[in-house]
Design a protein around this ligand. Structure first.
Ligand code: SF4
Ligand code: SF4
Length: 169
């Protein structure tokens, strides 16, 4: 009889719906209490994806407020890189006390995003930015330099159309 009743009344479905409903209400109410938008779905690619602060994307060189390259060619990043994807040549510039890179090549296809290079830099001259759309059609576009036309070591590349928010570019 009990078995027969079970087939008539969908207890298990009701139980499942109750659990789901309870969790939904919890999330919905807590989101409203904290006055945050009730968004659980990322609207990528229409809206650029917001990565977590510690996300490791593509290697990028930085400039200071005056537009000067921060790198002083200590070669720490080149030496520590386990896959040897960084090649630096140094030079001098009139009026600048420290050395300046005349060449900073980065072979992205072999980068393992370990961030050793960034950690070893004592001048905050490089970062791994938030760009995760790194696919390109030509292998050559994986080779970045200071002068690269398609993508270079400064700023994010055009392929980061949806992966980096405007304020981070
Ligand atoms: S993230 Fe790692 S592999 Fe990539 S360039 Fe830096 S040290 Fe080399
Ligand atoms: S560790 Fe920093 S300052 Fe030294 S060569 Fe690399 S980017 Fe330049």
């Amino acid at each position: 009889m009990k078995k027969f009743l079970k087939t008539l009344i969908p207890f298990d479905i009701a139980k499942g719906l109750t659990i789901t409903g309870t969790h939904f209400a919890k999330v919905f109410l807590s989101a409203n209490r904290r006055k945050v938008p009730f968004h659980v779905v990322s609207e990528y690619p229409e809206v650029p994806a917001k990565m977590q602060p510690r996300f490791r994307g593509r290697l990028q060189m930085l400039k200071d407020e005056a537009g000067e390259i921060k790198c002083v060619c200590c070669l720490a990043c080149e030496k520590i890189c386990p896959t040897q994807v960084i090649t630096i040549e140094s030079g001098k510039k009139e009026g600048r006390k420290t050395k300046l890179p005349t060449r900073y090549d980065f072979e992205m296809e072999r980068c393992i995003f370990c961030e050793f290079c960034v950690e070893s830099c004592g001048f905050d001259a490089i970062i791994l930015n938030h760009q995760f759309e790194l696919a390109v059609y030509n292998r050559e576009d994986m080779s970045l330099s200071m002068e690269g036309t398609f993508q270079n070591m400064f700023g994010v590349s055009p392929v980061a159309k949806f992966s980096v928010a405007d304020e981070e570019k």
